[in-house]
Design a protein around this ligand. Sequence first.
Ligand SMILES: Cc1ncc(COP(=O)(O)O)c(C=O)c1O
Length: 384
Amino acid sequence: MSERKLIMIPGPTNVAPQVLRALSRSAVAHTDPEFIEIFKKALERLKKIFMTNGDVFVVAGSGTLALEMAVANVLEPNDKILNIVNGFFGEYFVKTSMAHGATPKVLEFPWGKPANPKMVKEALKEDNFKAVTITHVETSTGVANPIREIGEIVAEESDAFYIVDAVCSLGGMEVRVDEWNIDMCASGSQKCIGVPPGLALLAASKRAIEFIEKRKVPVNFWYGNLKNWLPTMRDTSIYFATPPVNMIYALAEALEIILNEGLENRFRRHHVLAEAFRAAMKALKLRLVADEECAADTVTAVYYPEGVEDAAFRSEMKNRGVIVASALGPLKGKSFRVGHMGNISQNDILSTIGAIETTLKSLRYNIKLGDGLAAAEEKILSLK
Ligand SMILES: Cc1ncc(COP(=O)(O)O)c(C=O)c1O
């Protein structure tokens, strides 16, 4: 029984059996022709997920490494960078920018609110920025930032490289790297993609690669230097550092699942289940952290009602076989987060809502059992 937990946190997410099987196969040499072919296939599939004809990179690490590689490869010492921040993960870009010698200008928006494109436009007029960073889905709040609109503004108003954190959206929400003027798009394996943690995923535009190939000051990060990885990503038989062979087999499987479902269908499923979850929370009179118009389809942060304590709530949920996440930063103790992304089904969402209802009831929060489930079901029917 204890192994059958429904993991509904914002990553890692539930892993499909064929992906798990890929992980448990015997290791093969990274020089084995079979692996070289699988690696190539994984990269081809990944390009479709990023919606790019540019270069993509798969490196052992996590989303944070992808963010750092994105920043480190375009920054040179004393460059100015505009970091748009409206939550915990937006700050990661500020920290990596400083670590790589840039002077960040932080454009902050309140937690729970989206970045405002007009204010980004104003900020771009004030200085000459080498790059602009933004988090697509801010996992700490469940806000989806308007990355498409901001991408247009960055391209119109500046020559800055546009760097997007799509760790909590790639494979679950629309991210069009080429169409939306994204120069660096960073992600990880353990969220919407449905592979355990361990891979940094990155897409780079032609313009970004041309800059990296020509830059005078070397990238201050040898393992993360895209110039070192580019030959391998273009010809998977070339060695730079040993690739995580089993993880790449797993990635190839997971990306096939995504492409077989179809990106549009997958985005729609995420949207319907997210809307259903939020409808349920509202029916239970629980307040959401993100404003409705910017709510992400992959994760929702929910405020606790008066008198419900974080540790007790999550432990009761766990006893019911459903794992949800605590909050980050200033929201810690005040809210919980539910990840509804990757390969989750309608049943998974309904089970989670059911567990939330009975947990709240057991913690003496006054609700009518079934109100959340009924609202979710109604929403699903109305959106189908
Ligand atoms: C939006 C966002 N960016 C970056 C990260 C960091 O990724 P990782 O934990 O894979 O290093 C996370 C992790 O949850 C995230 O949600």
